[in-house]
Design a protein around this ligand. Structure first.
Ligand SMILES: Nc1nc2c(ncn2[C@@H]2O[C@H](COP(=O)(O)OP(=O)(O)OP(=O)(O)O)[C@@H](O)[C@H]2O)c(=O)[nH]1
Ligand SMILES: [Mg+2]
Length: 466
């Protein structure tokens, strides 16, 4: 889609969730938004037309099909005129009765009158294209909608406020200033200008790299805070995986029975781990299987294992170690795994030392899913094994996206090359090339120089109407 399409079209979409609700909103943005609204809206009291109405005001009236004068809904209509709006364009929001029929009829009418159905994230994409927010802020909008805990929300809110953009902007202007000096010494090599000494260039580059390193150090935790830690519970049948899943969740979500092979399909739920979302998956018991459903369930478990950030391997401590247990220990011992001895309320029959030796670990976590004991220790062990920082400070600006991390690493690499060239007393042209490369990578993060492909990827994560 070309830039022209984004600026010349008026887009329309239902911005509230599907299903029934108290109200539902049809939102339009673009140069014809006011005109289209005017042609389908009849105000009840005000004599003012929509184009005469003050910006950021609410009008009460009816949506009427101008072709057959049919009244579609009784609505409140918000008029927001450019440029102080979400997209910097004229926006009209029609607050309808929140059923799917009135909403889709009003939406269809706006389309008949000349609007085009918005693509996912297109309102936010316009806010970005029209320069109201940068790409990191646009990404924060999607994260806020998806936030699973208060901490995830806070970190994304900070990003929306532009704190990450500010830090990257500061690094960028330091690098830009340095490049100006370096390039001046290329352009005027013989003049007695006040160039930076190579010692000064080295110091400044070291400062830039130090700041990038500090930012990069937050990437692991940042990703977990916004996207969640993916934890997968595995174990042979009947050891109490589903019971542990329910105990951690504080609800009877998964079916528990004394019959081995109860869980067939994987179940996922989020739990709040001291502010960090843990996306926990309960799986079918893994064992040597013969029937086709069992083989398929186990295949699903293996797929989950590959995607896991942490594996919770459950053993039944009231039973001795079986061949299936040993195979499982072998399967996960190269991965980030916690070995859990469940049913600690029953007399113990399992050999702790043997498990430690097989798994190559020195700590086992004893729990009783039925009595809900040992769960706090288990939760701290999960954060201990995944997060870098013991407790997450809420003042830190986090890198939350792999995309940001990759660009920061590219920038760091470029500045590192420039530093090496400066140390080796290479010609300024060489230093300047790497500085430029570093700046380009920084600009990818904020969207100053992002490819259409990156933009498509970012905005496809959104829902329609945002
Ligand atoms: N005493 C005791 N029994 C438990 C404990 N946890 C689970 N059980 C019992 O163990 C049996 C199996 O529990 P599930 O949670 O269904 O086990 P599972 O590992 O999910 O089993 P599959 O889904 O068949 O693989 C049930 O009878 C539970 O009540 C525990 O901590 N103590
Ligand atoms: Mg189960």
């Amino acid at each position: 889609m070309s830039f022209k399409d984004y600026t010349n079209n008026t887009i329309s979409a239902i911005s509230t969730p599907r299903g029934e609700g108290g109200i539902g909103i049809v939102r339009m943005s673009g140069p014809s938004a006011l005109f289209i609204a005017e042609s389908i809206f009849k105000p009840r009291y005000s004599k003012n037309s929509i184009s005469q109405a003050d910006t950021h005001t609410l009008l009460y009236g009816h949506i009427i099909n101008p072709k057959n004068h049919e009244i579609l809904d009784e609505v409140l209509l918000t008029v927001m005129k450019a440029p102080r709006t979400y997209t910097k364009e004229d926006i009209v929001e029609i607050n309808c009765h929140g059923g799917s029929i009135p909403l889709s009829k009003v939406l269809e009418l706006t389309l008949e009158m000349g609007a085009r159905l918005a693509e996912p994230g297109e309102f936010t994409r316009r806010a970005f294209i029209n320069g109201r927010i940068d790409l990191t802020q646009a990404e924060a909008v999607a994260d806020i909608i998806r936030a699973k805990t208060e901490l995830s929300l806070k970190v994304s809110m900070e990003q929306l406020q532009g704190r990450l953009a500010d830090i990257i902007g500061n690094i960028r202007s330091d690098a830009l200033e340095l490049m100006t000096y370096v390039e001046a010494s290329i352009d005027f090599p013989d003049e007695d200008l006040d160039f930076l000494s190579s010692k000064e260039i080295i110091e400044r580059l070291k400062d830039i790299i130090y700041t990038l390193d500090k930012l990069l150090a937050t990437a692991n935790d940042g990703k977990f805070i916004t996207e969640g830690i993916k934890g997968v519970i595995i174990g042979r049948p009947n050891v109490g995986k589903s019971s542990l899943f329910n105990a951690l969740l504080h609800e009877n979500r998964a079916i528990v029975t004394s019959i081995p092979g109860t869980t067939r399909d994987t179940i996922e739920e989020f739990i709040n781990l001291y502010g960090v979302p843990l996306k926990l998956t309960d799986t079918a018991g893994l064992h040597h299987a013969e029937d086709t459903i069992e083989i398929e369930s186990m295949e699903r478990t293996r797929v989950q294992l590959d995607k896991a950030d942490i594996i919770l391997l459950v053993l039944d401590s009231s039973d001795s170690l079986t061949e299936d247990d040993r195979q499982l220990i072998d399967l996960v011992k190269e991965k980030k795994t916690l070995v859990i001895l469940n049913k600690s309320d029953l007399p113990r029959n399992i050999e702790k030392e043997e498990i430690k030796r097989l798994a190559g670990i020195n700590s086992l976590i004893e729990v009783s899913a039925i009595n809900e004991t040992g769960l706090d220790r288990l939760k701290s062990a999960i954060t201990g094994l995944t997060l870098h920082k013991e407790s997450v400070s809420t003042d830190t600006v986090f890198i939350t996206k792999l995309r940001h991390k990759i660009s920061l690493e590219k920038a760091r690499e470029n500045f590192e090359y420039a530093l090496q060239s400066a140390k080796d007393k290479m010609p300024p042209e060489l230093i300047s090339v790497d500085l430029r490369g570093g700046l380009r990578s920084l600009d990818e993060i904020t969207g100053k120089t992002s490819s259409a492909e990156i933009l498509d990827q970012v905005f496809s994560r959104f829902c329609i109407g945002k």
